[in-house]
Ligand binder design. Structure first.
Ligand code: GAL
Length: 655
C-alpha cells in the first residue's frame, strides 16, 4: 500500500450473508483488483448472528472475516442494532417505536425500535458486547460503525409509553421545580399549567398545535436519547476493541438529532451520499431536478462533506456512495457516465479519508432489488466498477499535504432547524434550507467553507456567515465580538431565547450589542409575492427593522434590508441570489479573500497545494478563466468534459 492509499482509501459495503460462501473469496479478490481496500460488514445481520435468543452462530461470520482478511481487506464491523430480529420483537413487543398518531411501527423492515425502551437498550448493549468480544481484537478489524443511519425513516421521535416516562424524568432533572417549567414554557397561555411532572404528556395528538417550548424540549430529549444509545455502544466497543476507530454513518439531510453532540463519542464522522436521490426528494425546483437529474445538485454533496468534516472534528468518511440508480426516490435515473468518479474525487478533495460504495453487488431479492451495486446480480461488473478503478488510479494525487482549512465559516446548528420546523411561520421555512442556499451562493463564488456548530473556534476565519440561528449562545456573541473576520447574520438569527420565546429586547437579542437594530415585526410571503428594491427583491421572508443605522440596502418604500456596523452585517430578508452574491463579494473584498466566479454547474475545492475543479454539467465547460496561465493540469483538460474533474498545483497566487 502506498502512503496515499493508506490515508485515502476506497471501501465497499458487503453482505456475505446474502451470497453463497463459494462466492466470498472471488468477491474479495475482485475488490482488491478494483482498488478497494476496506469493507463494511454486518450492520443488518443480527438474525444470522443470533438466530434465537442466546444461541449464537458465529461460524459464517468467522469465515467471512477470515476470507476478507486473507485477501488483504481491512474490515469495518458494525453493531447490528438497526434490525432487531423477530424473536426479540416478539419477546418485548413494546420496544417498537410509536408514531405521532399513536400507531406502532411494525416489524418487517428496519429501525423498528424506540430509543427510550430500557429493555431494548439492554439488548443493544448485549449484542454489541457479544460482537465486540468476538471480533474486537481481530487484526483485520480497523473500525466499528454503530447501528445504521440513526434517524433515517423518521425514527428519532417515538411517542411511546417508554418515551413518555423517560421524557418526564428528563424534564424533572432539567427543571427540578414544576413552576420553573411552567414559567419557562409560558404555560399560563391557554391554561396549560401543570402541577407535577407526572402530568406532562408527549406533545402529540393535541387539538391544535402544541406549545412550541414543549415540542422543542421533546426534540432535545429525543436527540439526547440517541446520543445515550450510541454512547452505550461506544463504551463497550472501546473496552473490547481498543485502538479501533468508532464511527457512525449519518444520513444526508437527516436533522432530527444533534450530530455534533453525538459525534463527541466517535473518532470519525461518516455520511451516506446519494446525490440523485437527494435532488429528487428535497426542496429543489423542477429546473434543477431536470438539469441535474443525472448529476445531483452541484452543492449537495459538498455541503454534507463540509458539514461532516466539522461533525467529525476533521476526520470523516463517505460510508455509502451511490453507484447507480437507487430504489427509494420518486424517480431513480442513472448517473451520467463519470459521475461516480466525480463524486468520489470531490469527497477526497473536501478531505474524506474513505469513500466507500453502497453496495458491492445488487441484491436480486427483497426491498432493494432495484438498487444498483458495483456488480450486477449476475456477478458481472456494473457501470460504476470501471469508475471505481479510475478513482483508485487517481488516489495518488491525494498525497501528504492535505490541509483543507477554509477561509469562510458557516454556522449551522441542528436546534435551529428544529425551531424553524416547529414554528415555520411561512410554509417551508427551514434553517437548514437557508444555510444551504447561503452555502450554495458562496460556492458559486469559488469559496471554500467549513460548516461549524456555534460552539466552534472561529478566530482563524476571515469571513463568518450565520444564515439562520434563532438561539445565539452567549459565548458566541463574545467570540464574534473578538474576531477580526467580517460577519453576516441572516433572518431569524437571535430571534428566540433557549425556551422558545421572543427575547425581552426583541430580536436579534444579544446580537444588539454588536449591531444596534431591533426587529419589530416579521412577515412571510407566499410564493410569487415579492418586495422590490432598486435592483433587487425580497421574497419569502421580510423583517421590519428599527435602527439609527442607515440601511445599506433598502426597498423602494425606504424600509431597510441590510444593516451594517463595522464588520457586522444583518440581512433582514431573503434576497435574490444575485444580491446575496454582491453582499458576499463585498465582504470578501474587505478582508482580502479571493473570489473565483464559477461557470454554471462548475465548482472548485482546494486540497493542500492542489486545486480541483468539478464539472457537474451534462455538457463540457471551459475552465480557462479559472486556471493560471502557466498551470499544468495533473488531471482533466481546459475544456472540461461533462462530469469531468481537473486538478493542478495551486500556489495560492492569483495570476
Ligand atoms: C441507506 C442505507 C442502506 C441502503 C441505502 C440504499 O440509507 O444505509 O442500508 O438502504 O440507503 O440507498
Amino acid at each position: 500500500m502506498t502512503f496515499a492509499e493508506k490515508t485515502r482509501r476506497l471501501g465497499v459495503c458487503y453482505y456475505p450473508e446474502h451470497w453463497p460462501r463459494e462466492w466470498w473469496a472471488d468477491d474479495a479478490a475482485r475488490m482488491i483488483a478494483m482498488g478497494i481496500t476496506q469493507v463494511r460488514v454486518g450492520e443488518f445481520a443480527w438474525s444470522r448472528i443470533e438466530p434465537e435468543s442466546g444461541r449464537f452462530d458465529w461460524t459464517w461470520l468467522d469465515e467471512a472475516i477470515d476470507v476478507l482478511d486473507r485477501a488483504g481487506l481491512a474490515i469495518v464491523l458494525c453493531t447490528p442494532t438497526a434490525t432487531p430480529p423477530k424473536w426479540l420483537v416478539d419477546a418485548m413487543p413494546d420496544m417498537i417505536a410509536i408514531d405521532a398518531v399513536g400507531k406502532p411501527r411494525r416489524f418487517g423492515s428496519r429501525r423498528h425500535y424506540c430509543f427510550s425502551h430500557e429493555g431494548y437498550r439492554r439488548e443493544s448493549r448485549r449484542i454489541t458486547r457479544a460482537v465486540a468480544e468476538r471480533y474486537g481484537r481481530h487484526r483485520a478489524v480497523v473500525a466499528w460503525q454503530t447501528d445504521n443511519e440513526y434517524g433515517c425513516h423518521d425514527t428519532v421521535l417515538s411517542w411511546s409509553p417508554a418515551a413518555l416516562a423517560a421524557f418526564r424524568r428528563w424534564l424533572s432533572e432539567r427543571y427540578v421545580d414544576i413552576d420553573a417549567l411552567n414559567a419557562a414554557w409560558g404555560n399560563v397561555f391557554w391554561s396549560m399549567e401543570y402541577r407535577s411532572f407526572d402530568e406532562i404528556d408527549l406533545p402529540n395528538l393535541t387539538v391544535t398545535e402544541a406549545n412550541p417550548a414543549h415540542v422543542l424540549d421533546f426534540r432535545r430529549f429525543s436527540s439526547w436519547q440517541v446520543k445515550e444509545f450510541n454512547r452505550e455502544q461506544c463504551l463497550i466497543l472501546r473496552e473490547s476493541s481498543p485502538g479501533r476507530d468508532l464511527t457512525h454513518n449519518f444520513m444526508g439531510f437527516v436533522t432530527d438529532f444533534d450530530h455534533h453532540d453525538l459525534a463527541e463519542d466517535l473518532d470519525v464522522a461518516a455520511w451516506d451520499s446519494y446525490p440523485l436521490g437527494f435532488l429528487e426528494q428535497f426542496w429543489f425546483g423542477d429546473d434543477d431536478k431536470h438539469r441535474y437529474a443525472r448529476q445531483g445538485h452541484p452543492d449537495v454533496s459538498a455541503f454534507h462533506h463540509d458539514l461532516y468534516r466539522g461533525v467529525g472534528r476533521g476526520r470523516w468518511w463517505v460510508m455509502e456512495q451511490q453507484p447507480g440508480p437507487v430504489n427509494w426516490a420518486r424517480y431513480n435515473p442513472a448517473p451520467l457516465p463519470g459521475m461516480v468518479r466525480l463524486w468520489s474525487l470531490e469527497a477526497f478533495a473536501h478531505g474524506a479519508e474513505v469513500v466507500s460504495y453502497f453496495r458491492w453487488r445488487q441484491a436480486p431479492f427483497a426491498q432493494e432489488q432495484m438498487h444498483a451495486g458495483l456488480l450486477r446480480p449476475d456477478r458481472v461488473d456494473d457501470v460504476a466498477a470501471l469508475e471505481v478503478r479510475e478513482t483508485a488510479a487517481a488516489l495518488s494525487h491525494f498525497a501528504v499535504d492535505s490541509s483543507t482549512k477554509a477561509e469562510v465559516a458557516l454556522i449551522f446548528d441542528y436546534q435551529a432547524e428544529w425551531m424553524t420546523a416547529i414554528q415555520p411561520q411561512g410554509a417551508g421555512f427551514s434553517a437548514l434550507r437557508v444555510c444551504f442556499e447561503w452555502y450554495s451562493a458562496l460556492r458559486q463564488l469559488g469559496l471554500d467553507i467549513d460548516i461549524l456548530p456555534p460552539a466552534a473556534e472561529l478566530s482563524e476565519y476571515r469571513m463568518i456567515v450565520v444564515p439562520c440561528l434563532p438561539v445565539i449562545p452567549d459565548t458566541l456573541v463574545d467570540k464574534l465580538r473578538a474576531v477580526e473576520a467580517t460577519v453576516i447574520y441572516g433572518p431569524r438569527t437571535g430571534s428566540k431565547t433557549g425556551q422558545f420565546s421572543i427575547p425581552r429586547n426583541l430580536p436579534p437579542g444579544e446580537l444588539q450589542s454588536l449591531l444596534p437594530i431591533k426587529v419589530v415585526r416579521v412577515e412571510s410571503l407566499r410564493e410569487g409575492l415579492v418586495e422590490p428594491g432598486a435592483d433587487f427583491s425580497v421574497s419569502r421572508w421580510f423583517e421590519h427593522v428599527e435602527s439609527a443605522l442607515p440601511p445599506e440596502l433598502r426597498l423602494h418604500d425606504g424600509r431597510g434590508v441590510l444593516f451594517r456596523q463595522g464588520s457586522h452585517r444583518y440581512l433582514a430578508g431573503m434576497v435574490d441570489p444575485g444580491t446575496l452574491h454582491k453582499i458576499f463579494r463585498q465582504m470578501a473584498s474587505e478582508v482580502g479573500v479571493g473570489i473565483r466566479d464559477m461557470p454554471e454547474g462548475v465548482r472548485t475545492r482546494r486540497f493542500g497545494k492542489l486545486r480541483f475543479v468539478f464539472n457537474h454539467c451534462a455538457e463540457s465547460r471551459s475552465i480557462d478563466a479559472l486556471l493560471p496561465k502557466d498551470a499544468a493540469l495533473l488531471v482533466g483538460m481546459r475544456e472540461l468534459d461533462a462530469a469531468g474533474v481537473a486538478a493542478w498545483i495551486d500556489d495560492g497566487i492569483r495570476k
